[in-house]
Design a protein around this ligand. Sequence first.
Ligand SMILES: [Zn+2]
Ligand SMILES: [Zn+2]
Length: 353
Amino acid sequence: MDAMLITGAVQKQAWMDRTMPPVEHVRGDIWSIPVDFSQAPVRYTFAYLVMNGAGQSLLIDPGFDSARGRSQIAIGLERAGMTIESIVGIVSTHLHPDHLGMAEHIAGQSGAWIGMHPRESALLALYDDEASVTEVDQRWLEEIGVPPERMGELLTPPATIRYMQGLARTTLPLEDGDFLPLPGRSLRVVATPGHTPGHVCIVDEDNEIVFSGDHILPRITSNVGLTSTGTRRGALAQYYSSLDRMKQWPDFEVLPAHEYRFSGLAHRADDLARHHRERAQEIVNAVGSSEGYSVYSIAQRISWSRSWESLHDVNLRAALSETEAHVDFLIDAGKLEIGGGEVMRLVRRHAAV
Ligand SMILES: [Zn+2]
Ligand SMILES: [Zn+2]
Protein backbone atom coordinates (compact mmCIF):
# COMPACT_ATOMS: atom_id res chain seq x y z
CA MET A 1 0.00 0.00 0.00
CA ASP A 2 1.45 3.31 -1.08
CA ALA A 3 2.28 5.88 1.56
CA MET A 4 0.71 9.31 1.31
CA LEU A 5 2.23 11.56 -1.30
CA ILE A 6 1.24 15.22 -1.64
CA THR A 7 0.53 15.70 -5.34
CA GLY A 8 -0.72 19.26 -4.88
CA ALA A 9 2.67 20.68 -3.88
CA VAL A 10 1.70 24.25 -4.79
CA GLN A 11 -1.53 23.88 -2.83
CA LYS A 12 0.32 22.57 0.19
CA GLN A 13 2.76 25.47 0.07
CA ALA A 14 -0.14 27.92 -0.12
CA TRP A 15 -1.77 26.17 2.84
CA MET A 16 1.39 26.61 4.89
CA ASP A 17 1.85 30.21 3.77
CA ARG A 18 -1.81 30.91 4.62
CA THR A 19 -2.47 32.23 1.12
CA MET A 20 -5.07 31.19 -1.46
CA PRO A 21 -3.81 28.40 -3.73
CA PRO A 22 -3.97 29.19 -7.46
CA VAL A 23 -6.46 27.85 -9.98
CA GLU A 24 -4.77 24.71 -11.30
CA HIS A 25 -5.11 22.35 -14.22
CA VAL A 26 -5.03 19.01 -12.39
CA ARG A 27 -4.84 16.82 -15.48
CA GLY A 28 -7.02 15.65 -18.35
CA ASP A 29 -10.09 17.85 -18.37
CA ILE A 30 -10.04 18.59 -14.65
CA TRP A 31 -9.38 21.95 -12.98
CA SER A 32 -9.31 22.94 -9.33
CA ILE A 33 -10.68 26.36 -8.36
CA PRO A 34 -10.25 27.48 -4.75
CA VAL A 35 -13.26 29.38 -3.40
CA ASP A 36 -13.03 31.66 -0.37
CA PHE A 37 -14.31 30.40 2.97
CA SER A 38 -12.11 32.54 5.16
CA GLN A 39 -14.58 32.66 8.04
CA ALA A 40 -13.70 29.03 8.89
CA PRO A 41 -10.33 27.41 9.73
CA VAL A 42 -10.40 25.45 6.44
CA ARG A 43 -10.21 28.86 4.68
CA TYR A 44 -11.26 27.68 1.22
CA THR A 45 -13.11 24.96 -0.66
CA PHE A 46 -11.88 23.46 -3.91
CA ALA A 47 -14.51 23.53 -6.61
CA TYR A 48 -13.58 21.04 -9.32
CA LEU A 49 -14.45 21.72 -12.93
CA VAL A 50 -14.70 18.54 -15.02
CA MET A 51 -15.06 18.99 -18.78
CA ASN A 52 -16.09 16.49 -21.46
CA GLY A 53 -14.33 17.74 -24.59
CA ALA A 54 -17.66 18.71 -26.16
CA GLY A 55 -17.92 22.10 -24.51
CA GLN A 56 -19.82 20.89 -21.46
CA SER A 57 -18.72 20.78 -17.86
CA LEU A 58 -19.66 19.81 -14.33
CA LEU A 59 -18.82 21.66 -11.15
CA ILE A 60 -18.21 19.51 -8.07
CA ASP A 61 -18.68 21.42 -4.76
CA PRO A 62 -19.18 25.00 -5.98
CA GLY A 63 -18.20 26.38 -2.55
CA PHE A 64 -19.46 29.08 -0.24
CA ASP A 65 -21.48 31.85 -1.86
CA SER A 66 -19.94 35.31 -1.63
CA ALA A 67 -19.01 38.11 -4.03
CA ARG A 68 -15.39 37.00 -3.78
CA GLY A 69 -16.29 33.34 -4.36
CA ARG A 70 -18.36 34.21 -7.44
CA SER A 71 -15.49 36.08 -9.01
CA GLN A 72 -13.10 33.23 -8.16
CA ILE A 73 -15.37 30.80 -10.03
CA ALA A 74 -15.58 33.23 -12.97
CA ILE A 75 -11.78 33.53 -13.10
CA GLY A 76 -11.38 29.74 -12.81
CA LEU A 77 -13.77 29.14 -15.68
CA GLU A 78 -11.92 31.67 -17.81
CA ARG A 79 -8.57 30.02 -17.08
CA ALA A 80 -10.05 26.67 -18.15
CA GLY A 81 -11.43 28.27 -21.31
CA MET A 82 -15.02 27.67 -20.29
CA THR A 83 -18.05 29.85 -19.64
CA ILE A 84 -20.65 29.61 -16.91
CA GLU A 85 -23.15 28.50 -19.58
CA SER A 86 -21.00 25.41 -20.22
CA ILE A 87 -21.88 24.07 -16.76
CA VAL A 88 -24.59 21.46 -17.25
CA GLY A 89 -24.49 20.04 -13.74
CA ILE A 90 -23.50 20.90 -10.19
CA VAL A 91 -22.68 18.21 -7.64
CA SER A 92 -22.61 18.90 -3.92
CA THR A 93 -20.90 16.12 -1.98
CA HIS A 94 -23.02 17.10 1.02
CA LEU A 95 -25.23 19.87 2.35
CA HIS A 96 -22.70 22.06 4.18
CA PRO A 97 -22.73 25.69 3.00
CA ASP A 98 -19.03 25.63 2.02
CA HIS A 99 -20.00 23.02 -0.60
CA LEU A 100 -23.60 23.66 -1.63
CA GLY A 101 -23.61 27.43 -0.97
CA MET A 102 -23.00 28.74 -4.47
CA ALA A 103 -25.05 26.10 -6.30
CA GLU A 104 -28.15 28.30 -6.44
CA HIS A 105 -26.27 31.20 -8.01
CA ILE A 106 -24.52 29.07 -10.63
CA ALA A 107 -27.64 27.09 -11.51
CA GLY A 108 -29.44 30.41 -11.92
CA GLN A 109 -26.83 31.55 -14.44
CA SER A 110 -26.35 28.31 -16.33
CA GLY A 111 -29.54 26.29 -15.93
CA ALA A 112 -27.46 23.38 -14.60
CA TRP A 113 -29.03 20.55 -12.61
CA ILE A 114 -28.06 20.35 -8.93
CA GLY A 115 -27.20 16.87 -7.69
CA MET A 116 -26.97 15.69 -4.09
CA HIS A 117 -27.86 12.54 -2.17
CA PRO A 118 -31.55 12.37 -1.10
CA ARG A 119 -30.55 12.02 2.57
CA GLU A 120 -28.90 15.43 2.42
CA SER A 121 -31.93 16.93 0.70
CA ALA A 122 -34.14 15.48 3.43
CA LEU A 123 -31.96 17.09 6.12
CA LEU A 124 -32.08 20.40 4.32
CA ALA A 125 -35.86 20.21 4.11
CA LEU A 126 -36.04 20.04 7.93
CA TYR A 127 -35.02 23.70 8.07
CA ASP A 128 -38.25 24.72 6.39
CA ASP A 129 -39.97 24.40 9.74
CA GLU A 130 -38.12 26.74 12.07
CA ALA A 131 -40.04 25.70 15.19
CA SER A 132 -39.26 22.04 14.70
CA VAL A 133 -35.52 22.73 14.23
CA THR A 134 -35.50 24.38 17.67
CA GLU A 135 -37.57 21.58 19.16
CA VAL A 136 -35.27 18.85 17.77
CA ASP A 137 -32.23 20.82 18.95
CA GLN A 138 -33.60 21.25 22.44
CA ARG A 139 -34.48 17.59 22.82
CA TRP A 140 -31.02 16.57 21.59
CA LEU A 141 -29.16 18.99 23.86
CA GLU A 142 -31.11 17.82 26.91
CA GLU A 143 -30.54 14.19 26.02
CA ILE A 144 -26.77 14.61 25.86
CA GLY A 145 -26.64 16.45 29.17
CA VAL A 146 -25.94 20.05 28.15
CA PRO A 147 -26.35 22.28 31.23
CA PRO A 148 -29.15 24.86 30.91
CA GLU A 149 -26.76 27.82 30.89
CA ARG A 150 -25.11 26.57 27.69
CA MET A 151 -28.30 25.76 25.81
CA GLY A 152 -28.62 29.21 24.28
CA GLU A 153 -25.33 29.20 22.39
CA LEU A 154 -25.98 25.67 21.10
CA LEU A 155 -29.43 26.17 19.61
CA THR A 156 -29.32 26.79 15.87
CA PRO A 157 -29.64 30.58 15.50
CA PRO A 158 -32.64 31.85 13.49
CA ALA A 159 -30.24 33.47 11.00
CA THR A 160 -28.65 30.08 10.32
CA ILE A 161 -32.05 28.47 9.86
CA ARG A 162 -33.00 31.15 7.34
CA TYR A 163 -29.65 30.76 5.58
CA MET A 164 -30.18 27.01 5.27
CA GLN A 165 -33.71 27.62 3.95
CA GLY A 166 -32.17 29.71 1.18
CA LEU A 167 -29.74 27.02 -0.02
CA ALA A 168 -30.38 25.37 -3.38
CA ARG A 169 -32.76 22.44 -3.60
CA THR A 170 -31.67 19.35 -5.45
CA THR A 171 -32.97 18.82 -8.95
CA LEU A 172 -31.11 15.53 -9.52
CA PRO A 173 -31.04 13.01 -6.65
CA LEU A 174 -27.71 11.17 -6.66
CA GLU A 175 -27.85 7.59 -5.43
CA ASP A 176 -24.99 5.23 -4.79
CA GLY A 177 -23.85 3.65 -8.07
CA ASP A 178 -25.30 6.36 -10.30
CA PHE A 179 -23.18 7.82 -13.07
CA LEU A 180 -23.25 11.59 -13.46
CA PRO A 181 -24.94 12.64 -16.70
CA LEU A 182 -22.00 14.17 -18.56
CA PRO A 183 -21.65 12.57 -22.01
CA GLY A 184 -18.17 11.20 -22.65
CA ARG A 185 -17.18 10.95 -18.99
CA SER A 186 -17.61 8.12 -16.55
CA LEU A 187 -18.09 9.61 -13.09
CA ARG A 188 -19.54 7.29 -10.49
CA VAL A 189 -21.38 8.29 -7.33
CA VAL A 190 -20.23 6.42 -4.22
CA ALA A 191 -22.22 6.91 -1.02
CA THR A 192 -19.86 7.59 1.89
CA PRO A 193 -22.03 8.43 4.92
CA GLY A 194 -20.30 9.46 8.14
CA HIS A 195 -19.34 13.13 8.02
CA THR A 196 -22.99 13.64 7.11
CA PRO A 197 -25.63 10.94 6.44
CA GLY A 198 -25.75 11.47 2.67
CA HIS A 199 -22.18 12.39 1.86
CA VAL A 200 -20.98 11.12 -1.53
CA CYS A 201 -17.60 10.81 -3.23
CA ILE A 202 -17.24 10.84 -7.01
CA VAL A 203 -14.93 8.27 -8.61
CA ASP A 204 -13.38 8.87 -12.02
CA GLU A 205 -12.00 5.44 -12.92
CA ASP A 206 -10.66 6.52 -16.32
CA ASN A 207 -8.40 9.12 -14.73
CA GLU A 208 -7.85 7.24 -11.45
CA ILE A 209 -9.19 10.13 -9.42
CA VAL A 210 -11.46 10.33 -6.38
CA PHE A 211 -13.28 13.56 -5.55
CA SER A 212 -13.50 13.03 -1.82
CA GLY A 213 -15.46 16.05 -0.54
CA ASP A 214 -14.99 16.18 3.24
CA HIS A 215 -14.88 12.38 3.62
CA ILE A 216 -11.11 12.05 3.29
CA LEU A 217 -8.86 15.08 3.76
CA PRO A 218 -5.06 14.93 3.87
CA ARG A 219 -4.45 16.51 7.27
CA ILE A 220 -7.70 17.32 9.05
CA THR A 221 -9.79 14.51 10.47
CA SER A 222 -13.22 15.65 9.40
CA ASN A 223 -15.96 15.70 11.96
CA VAL A 224 -18.17 12.62 12.10
CA GLY A 225 -21.89 12.99 12.69
CA LEU A 226 -22.05 16.66 11.84
CA THR A 227 -25.64 16.94 10.81
CA SER A 228 -27.08 20.17 12.02
CA THR A 229 -30.45 18.66 12.77
CA GLY A 230 -31.98 15.28 13.33
CA THR A 231 -30.48 11.97 14.32
CA ARG A 232 -26.81 11.02 14.39
CA ARG A 233 -27.40 7.32 15.11
CA GLY A 234 -24.79 5.07 13.61
CA ALA A 235 -22.63 7.86 12.16
CA LEU A 236 -19.28 6.43 13.25
CA ALA A 237 -20.05 2.86 12.17
CA GLN A 238 -21.06 4.28 8.80
CA TYR A 239 -17.92 6.38 8.63
CA TYR A 240 -15.69 3.35 9.26
CA SER A 241 -17.37 1.38 6.50
CA SER A 242 -17.22 4.39 4.17
CA LEU A 243 -13.45 4.55 4.76
CA ASP A 244 -13.18 0.85 3.97
CA ARG A 245 -15.25 1.29 0.87
CA MET A 246 -12.90 3.86 -0.62
CA LYS A 247 -9.96 1.50 -0.18
CA GLN A 248 -11.02 -0.35 -3.32
CA TRP A 249 -9.29 2.54 -5.13
CA PRO A 250 -6.13 2.48 -2.98
CA ASP A 251 -3.81 4.35 -5.31
CA PHE A 252 -6.16 6.84 -6.93
CA GLU A 253 -5.28 10.48 -6.57
CA VAL A 254 -7.55 12.18 -4.02
CA LEU A 255 -9.00 15.57 -4.91
CA PRO A 256 -10.39 16.74 -1.56
CA ALA A 257 -12.62 19.74 -0.89
CA HIS A 258 -10.06 21.33 1.45
CA GLU A 259 -6.29 21.61 2.00
CA TYR A 260 -4.42 19.91 -0.91
CA ARG A 261 -4.56 16.92 -3.23
CA PHE A 262 -2.63 13.74 -2.58
CA SER A 263 -2.27 10.06 -3.40
CA GLY A 264 -2.18 7.10 -1.01
CA LEU A 265 -5.89 6.95 -0.27
CA ALA A 266 -5.82 3.57 1.50
CA HIS A 267 -3.01 4.74 3.72
CA ARG A 268 -4.89 7.89 4.70
CA ALA A 269 -8.13 5.92 5.26
CA ASP A 270 -6.27 3.67 7.73
CA ASP A 271 -4.85 6.73 9.50
CA LEU A 272 -8.30 8.21 9.91
CA ALA A 273 -9.73 4.95 11.25
CA ARG A 274 -6.84 4.73 13.71
CA HIS A 275 -7.46 8.29 14.90
CA HIS A 276 -11.06 7.41 15.69
CA ARG A 277 -10.12 4.18 17.47
CA GLU A 278 -7.74 6.16 19.69
CA ARG A 279 -10.49 8.64 20.36
CA ALA A 280 -12.82 5.82 21.36
CA GLN A 281 -10.24 4.46 23.77
CA GLU A 282 -9.86 7.91 25.29
CA ILE A 283 -13.62 8.05 25.84
CA VAL A 284 -13.73 4.63 27.47
CA ASN A 285 -10.91 5.73 29.76
CA ALA A 286 -12.68 8.99 30.54
CA VAL A 287 -15.81 7.15 31.62
CA GLY A 288 -13.71 4.97 33.92
CA SER A 289 -15.56 2.69 36.24
CA SER A 290 -17.92 5.29 37.61
CA GLU A 291 -21.47 5.97 36.52
CA GLY A 292 -23.30 9.10 35.64
CA TYR A 293 -21.54 10.53 32.62
CA SER A 294 -23.37 12.31 29.88
CA VAL A 295 -22.04 12.97 26.38
CA TYR A 296 -21.47 16.56 27.50
CA SER A 297 -19.42 15.63 30.54
CA ILE A 298 -17.35 13.14 28.55
CA ALA A 299 -16.61 15.79 25.93
CA GLN A 300 -15.38 17.98 28.77
CA ARG A 301 -12.93 15.32 29.88
CA ILE A 302 -11.30 14.36 26.58
CA SER A 303 -8.69 16.27 24.61
CA TRP A 304 -9.49 18.69 21.79
CA SER A 305 -7.12 20.30 19.30
CA ARG A 306 -8.21 23.62 20.76
CA SER A 307 -8.96 23.68 24.50
CA TRP A 308 -12.43 22.75 25.75
CA GLU A 309 -12.77 26.25 27.22
CA SER A 310 -12.29 27.79 23.78
CA LEU A 311 -15.10 25.74 22.23
CA HIS A 312 -18.28 27.75 21.71
CA ASP A 313 -21.34 27.80 19.47
CA VAL A 314 -20.85 25.77 16.27
CA ASN A 315 -17.46 24.44 17.35
CA LEU A 316 -18.92 23.19 20.61
CA ARG A 317 -21.80 21.64 18.70
CA ALA A 318 -19.36 19.85 16.43
CA ALA A 319 -17.39 18.56 19.44
CA LEU A 320 -20.58 17.27 21.05
CA SER A 321 -21.82 15.65 17.83
CA GLU A 322 -18.56 13.83 17.41
CA THR A 323 -18.44 12.69 21.05
CA GLU A 324 -21.99 11.44 20.71
CA ALA A 325 -21.11 9.54 17.52
CA HIS A 326 -18.34 7.78 19.45
CA VAL A 327 -20.45 7.06 22.51
CA ASP A 328 -23.19 5.70 20.31
CA PHE A 329 -20.70 3.42 18.54
CA LEU A 330 -19.26 2.20 21.86
CA ILE A 331 -22.73 1.38 23.18
CA ASP A 332 -23.53 -0.63 20.05
CA ALA A 333 -20.19 -2.41 20.39
CA GLY A 334 -20.99 -3.30 24.00
CA LYS A 335 -18.11 -1.26 25.39
CA LEU A 336 -20.33 1.20 27.23
CA GLU A 337 -23.74 0.79 28.75
CA ILE A 338 -26.50 3.30 29.28
CA GLY A 339 -27.92 3.47 32.76
CA GLY A 340 -31.20 5.12 33.75
CA GLY A 341 -31.79 8.72 34.59
CA GLU A 342 -32.75 11.81 32.73
CA VAL A 343 -29.57 12.23 30.77
CA MET A 344 -27.57 9.43 29.26
CA ARG A 345 -25.61 7.75 32.05
CA LEU A 346 -22.76 5.56 31.00
CA VAL A 347 -20.98 2.72 32.62
CA ARG A 348 -17.70 1.41 31.35
CA ARG A 349 -17.73 -2.28 30.53
CA HIS A 350 -14.47 -3.20 28.87
CA ALA A 351 -11.16 -1.43 28.99
CA ALA A 352 -9.99 -2.25 25.46
CA VAL A 353 -11.71 -0.93 22.38
ZN1 LIG B 1 -18.64 19.27 5.58
ZN1 LIG C 1 -16.18 21.32 3.92
